[in-house]
Structures are given as C-alpha cells and as structure tokens.
Design a binder for this molecule. Structure first.
Ligand code: NOJ
Length: 760
C-alpha cells in the first residue's frame, strides 16, 4: 500500500506508473475467501465514523461548497459521483489512498448510460435491435472508455419495464416487455462488467431503479406506483432478477412510492426480495437525494428517521443527500440502529472495492485516455449498433432503399443537423458531442449529389429541462412566430424541385429522459404541418424519426411513403441512417414498445389479459368510441427491404409434463430478392389455470440473417422457465398443467399457431 501511494505521487508529478498500479493491468479475480478476509481485516480496524463514511457518496463538483478532499482525508466518503475529470480523479484518489487513515480507495460513479465518448443508440433503440450481443458489445466499449478515464462504476443498466409512452424515461430502458428486458439487462451487465467484477477495462454495473419506477401513475415521472405483487414479480422484476443472475455488483433503489412505501425505504423490496430471496451479494445505493427525499415524501419524520429507516430497509449507500453521515453514528450510539446493520452495508461496499481491484490499481493512466477514446473500432461498433437498432415502419411502393444515383435531396427538419439530439439523452457530464448528423451522413454517402438543408421551425419544451443548464453552448432565445413562419416557408422552398425529400423529425434529446414526461405523443411543434406541406410537393418523402419514445405519427403512417424509426442513434447515427436509407445496411430492428395512436391510450402494451368481451367481437365491445384502440404499430413490429415467410411450426416432444420442456421449431424463409434480417418471435398464451394470464407473452426470439431464397429452422425451448409465473391466487410460483396457444412470427400479432398441452 505504501509503495503504491509513493508511485501515485510520482505519477502526479509526471513520472510513469509501473504497470501494476494502472486500471488496465490484468488482475485475476480474488477468491471469495480472500475477499472476505480482506474485508473483515479492514472492518475490524474501522471506527464507527469510518464505517459510515464508506456508505456516503458525495458530489464531486456539481455543487458549490462541496469539498471532497476533506471528506476523503477523514475517511468520511466512500464514493464520488458527478465528476468527470481524469486528473481530478487521480488527485482525489491520492488523498484517499495516501492521506486517509485506512487508505481505502474511493469509488467513482457516473451515468455512463449509452456510451462515454463514443455514444451508442439510446437503450430503447438498442433493445429494438433484438440483438443482446450488440448491446453487450456496446456496454463493453462504454466500459473501456469510461474506465480508461478513471470511472469505476456506471449507474446503468436502467432495466425498468415501461408500458406508458408518456413516461420520459422509457428512453433509458428496453421497453415494455419483461422477457426482452431481461435479455437486454443481462447483456448489458455482461458488457459493462465483463467475465467477472474487476475484469480489466470494465466497470461495476448498477441495475436501476428498483423497482417498478416505469409504472408511474399517468406516466408522470416520480409519481407513485401501485402494482400488485403478481405484476411486480411477473412483469417488473424479471430484468432485475436477470441482472442479479448475470452478476451485477450494485443496485439503485427507485425514487417513488411503491404501493405506499418509498422504494428507498422499502424493506420488503430491498431486503426480503433482493437480498434474502435472490441472494444479491452486492450493495444498494439510493437514487440522488433519495434518502433525504423520504422526508419530503411524507414517509420519514426527519432526516434522522429517513437515514435509520433507509439503512434498516437494506439501502447500503446514500447518494448525495448527506443524511447518513449526519445521523447514522448517533443512531447506533443511541441504540436505535444495530451496528450489525451498518457492518453488513460496509461489508458489501468494501467487498465490491476489493473485487474491483481498486486497492491494487486505484489510479487512471492519464497518458492513455486520449488514445482509448479515439479508438476507431469503437465508432465502427457504434455504427453497426445504430444500423441494427433502426426499425422500418413503412415502405410503400418500395420507396426505400433509395438509389445512389439520386441527383438531389432536400434534408428538412429541426433534427437533421443537430449533433446533441442525434446522440440523444444523458449527455450531461462534460461530454462534447462528436456525432455525425443525418445531414452529414447523407453528404458523406452521396458526395456527388446536390443536398440542401433547412431546419424548419424550431421545436422546444414548453417547460425547460433541469438538465439544460449542464449542456454546453449558448442558450438560444425562443423563435418568434414570425421567425418560425419564415423558417417554415424556407423549408418548403428548399424542398421544391428536389428528387427526394428526407424529413428528419421527432423529439429533441431533452424531450425524453428524467423529468421529461409528456401529456401528448404527437410530433412536437409544427413538424406535422411541415410534413404535410412537404408531401404536398408530390415528390417521394422519407420520414426519419429521431426520438426517445413512441410517437403517435398517425398522419404520417397513412400518408408518408416511407418511415424509418432511427431513435436517438448516437455518434455514428447519421452515417447509419444513410447506410440504411441507401441499402448498405438492411433494416431489421423491431419495436420494443407498442406505438399508441394517442396519448389517451397509454398505457398500451401487447401482453394484456383477455376480458369477458373480447375486443371487436360486437358493437358494445368497442374499447373506445372515438377511434380504434388498436396500436398504431404493435410490439415487435418492423419491416425489411425483403420479405419473409414462416412455415412448418412444430411443438416437439409431446406429451409434455409440468417441469419438462418442449421444443418449438419453425422454418423462416427469405421470400424476397434482397438479403435481410428477421427477428423470429415466439409468443404463448395459457388458456386456463390458477390465474388469468396475458393474451400473449414473448417467450423466445432470435434475429437471423437470410439470403434471398434461404430457409433456416429456428427452435426454442418451452418449459418451466418460460411457463411458470407468480400466481396471485396461490401466493407462490406455479407452473400449471394447462393448454397453451403458441404463435411464431414477425411481431406480436403473429398468426402461425400451434397448441401445447402441459400434463400434470
Ligand atoms: C437521478 C437518476 O434518477 C438516476 O438514474 C441517476 O443515476 C442519478 N440521478 C445520478 O445521476
């Protein structure tokens, strides 16, 4: 430890590190006994204040008056967030490992959500790839860059199932489905953490926000959640459980009330389910200010009460609100909090630090950061991920792919040339957008073509975002009505006479994300009006959507010949859009969320239970009298430049008994003239049993690439893992002996059907 500290000083003075002290040095994972011995040895030396210090995460610079050095020197802080500065990381780390009594390294956490310098598509888009391997690689790149810069811990993946498109944070997760969500959660944990906690060039991951944050009433961020246990266990928990199984090292509790008990003070949630039932060995951090907030929420009577109840509920580390350092030691001394509870939390935090190798390698190698961030392989991976995440929503008369011989293009819309909006949400902590916009991507693709651009009227939030203050660059004043009208006319003029019009529209990055819920799902501002004027010009129009949530693009869905859902596609987004529009990449993504026709339909999701009067069966069974209640685009939907057929659906190995598995197989054939990719999706419905079950549930998927005329047989297991569920009537997990419908196809409305009988 001493020599390590001397090395660090040398480095800070400009000398080189010996390899052993650097973050990228290859460690081998310590065994459990080794970790335990080290943790116990430390714990035995710690004062009560030092223990509490490890449970305190402080802000590293965002707020004036915060002095991390002092806290670290006293051993009064175990972790720092909201700091993104490699030199400062090393400086502060030196204080922790050289100047504090026990020399425990500090853990640096930051929101590395969909990339650090190379930005990947937003998580909702990554889920639209239906390709967990691409999401895993994206997380690995993010980890490599962030770790090189000195970050140890990302507050990701966000694995909240979200079924209400109004909720802004739908952009951060994998959408509405627990099965797809679980696959994406596990993939991200593998990508961030690597083969083991502490693997070189990886991060500690954090599954958040536990749990059911996505079910906020009315889609209003932070509002209470009322979800019965059956729904929690069958719908909202599976991605969290998958993260635990994948070895995630930390969890973050959610802000909101869950069935009248705030998640951060909810012992059933954090202790009984997460730690006891699932055996989660890592630690739980609160969300920012989450402990102090327990007072504001009307749950705790004061900050001391909040600290005591949060810790007792199973929350191990407090993020930024300062109630733990203010009160925990006093509460222990008074006898109102057992020392054993403090010790359990400290053990969990220390064990993660040991496993991460921070004691051996506390510093970042400043000389290496720039080259890691500039690695061209990262951008290649981001371009591939963006291509794979795009969803072709409409393609009348084979408008797409466009021919590269096109002589002139108009690229219209407020998002066509905006780097920050192309990269998308969460770019708050000192990130400089390096994105290729759609306009730039098209210019690079077609250097010989005449490409004109006009943004049209600006779009902006009616209520500013709390994150705007962190975004670089001058803040523009709002356009006047006259300026907007001039911009509208200019956009139409620009489009006139061009061979093809590409309209790049949707939402600004700050229109989804935290505190970014909406009461409407329409295209904001005058975009639809502009789209109508562009279509009226009579030239082919392609709508490229950049957005972080489902949008009710009803008019476009009937009147614009081609629509490509590109989401917020990240640094390489513009190149990837150009690749897909011109057929250099085949669109094969599928919607991970239902697109409702109106915000009034939210929450709308495919896996709803049946009712006594099935929809459409007679006049009085119409769900709404003022329009179709069906989705604009269903879950799992997405077109291709080629066509696919499904045949030969078989459910093998009957009779199947409870506990045994059947094999479902199907042939998928590329029946078109181009190579393409299809996502084969398996859905089941249990016809009767202990409880009513959803009319359909996804239970398998595979993305396959096929040449024209090629057929592939795809098979899926269907057994207890897929068929069991938490039964409300029985209060436990069950697998019923029951009859099942089985469908396989290209989206959640698949019609190719087979039966499965599960016998007792
Ligand atoms: C609040 C957000 O809810 C959470 O997702 C994030 O990780 C923390 N702030 C830290 O930035």
């Amino acid at each position: 430890m001493r020599s390590l500290a001397r090395t660090a000083t040398a480095v800070l003075l400009g000398a080189a590190f010996p390899a052993g002290a650097l973050a990228q040095a290859p460690p081998s994972p310590p065994g459990d006994a080794q970790v335990k011995a080290r943790v116990e040895a430390l714990l035995g030396q710690m004062t009560l204040e030092e223990k509490v210090g490890q449970l305190n995460q402080i802000a590293g610079g965002l707020f004036p008056g915060v002095k991390p050095e002092e806290a670290l020197r006293k051993g009064a802080a175990g972790s720092i967030l909201w700091l993104n500065d490699t030199r400062k990381f090393n400086e502060l780390q030196r204080v922790a490992v050289e100047e504090s009594r026990l020399r425990i390294p500090v853990l640096y956490g930051l929101d590395v959500i969909h990339g650090y310098r190379t930005i990947f598509p937003v998580p909702l888009a990554m889920a639209a790839s239906w390709d967990p391997s691409v999401h895993e690689r994206a997380a690995a790149v993010a980890a490599r860059e962030a770790r090189a810069a000195g970050i140890h811990w990302t507050f990701a993946p966000m694995v909240d199932v979200a079924r209400d498109a109004r909720w802004g944070r739908i952009v951060e997760g994998a959408g509405e489905d627990p099965y797809l969500g679980a696959a994406m959660a596990a993939a991200q944990v593998r990508g961030f953490q690597g083969p083991y906690l502490g693997a070189p060039e990886r991060l500690l991951a954090c599954a958040k926000h536990f749990g059911a944050y996505g079910a906020a009433e009315g889609g209003r961020d932070y509002d209470p959640v009322y979800v019965p246990e059956g729904q929690l266990r069958n719908v909202y928990f599976p991605p969290f459980r998958a993260a635990v199984v994948a070895g995630v090292g930390s969890f973050m509790s959610a802000y909101m009330d869950l069935n009248d008990v705030p998640a951060g003070g909810n012992r059933w949630l954090l202790h009984d389910v997460l730690k006891e039932e699932w055996g989660f060995p890592g630690f739980v951090v609160s969300d920012a200010m989450g402990v102090g907030n327990l007072v504001i929420m009307g749950f705790a009577k004061d900050r001391g009460d909040a600290a005591r109840r949060a810790l007792a509920a199973g929350l191990d580390m407090e993020m930024a609100s300062g109630a733990f350092p203010e009160h925990l030691a006093r509460l222990v001394r008074e006898g109102s909090l057992p020392m054993a509870q403090i010790d359990d939390a400290v053990r969990r935090v220390l064990a993660v630090k040991v496993r991460l190798g921070l004691f051996e390698r506390p510093y970042a190698d400043e000389a290496r950061v720039a080259s890691v961030l500039a690695d061209p392989a990262h951008r290649a991976e981001a371009r591939l991920a963006a291509q794979r995440s795009m969803v072709l929503l409409r393609n009348e008369r084979k408008t797409l792919p466009l021919a590269k011989t096109v002589a002139s293009l108009a690229v219209i819309g407020p998002l066509a040339d905006s780097r920050a909006d192309t990269e998308g949400s969460w770019m708050v902590f000192g990130h400089v957008p390096a994105a290729v916009t759609v306009l730039e991507g098209l210019r690079a693709k077609l250097p010989g073509a005449k490409i004109a651009h006009a943004p049209g009227p600006e779009i902006r939030r009616q209520v500013p975002s709390m994150f705007d203050q962190f975004m670089p660059g001058p803040k523009k004043p709002a356009q006047s009505g006259e300026q907007a009208e001039a911009a509208f006319q200019q956009a139409v003029e620009t489009a006139k006479g061009k061979d093809v019009v590409i309209a790049v529209m949707g939402e600004l990055a700050n229109m989804s994300g935290e505190a970014a819920s909406r009461a409407s799902l329409d295209l904001p501002g005058r975009q639809e009006e502009l789209l109508k004027a562009l279509v009226a010009l009579g030239k082919p129009v392609v709508l490229v959507l950049l957005n972080g949530r489902p949008l009710s693009v009803n008019w476009a869905a009937e009147n614009v010949p081609a629509i490509l859902e590109a989401w917020q596609p990240g640094t390489e987004g513009g190149n990837a859009v150009a690749d897909v529009l011109f057929g250099d990449a085949a669109p094969g993504g599928k919607l991970p969320v239902t697109f409702p026709r109106s915000a009034g339909h939210a929450p709308l999701y495919y896996a709803r239970n049946l009712t006594h009067s099935p929809e459409g069966s007679s006049m009085h069974n119409v769900r709404y009298w003022d329009g179709a209640p069906t989705p604009l685009y269903p879950f799992g939907y997405g077109l291709s430049y080629t066509s696919f057929s499904f045949s030969n659906l078989k459910v093998g190995a009957p009779p199947v008994k409870v506990g045994a598995s059947a094999t479902v197989s199907v042939d998928v054939t590329n029946t078109g003239a181009l190579a393409g990719e299809e996502v084969v999706q398996l859905y089941v419905h249990q016809k009767a049993g202990s409880d009513s079950r959803p009319s359909r549930e996804l239970k398998g998927f595979r993305r396959v690439g096929l040449k024209p005329g090629e057929t592939q047989t795809v098979s899926f297991p269907l057994g207890p893992d897929e068929l069991r569920y938490w039964s409300t009537s029985q209060g436990k997990w069950v697998q019923d002996a029951a009859a099942f419908d089985v469908w396989v196809g290209s989206d959640s409305t698949a019609t190719l059907h087979a039966n499965l009988e599960v016998l007792p």
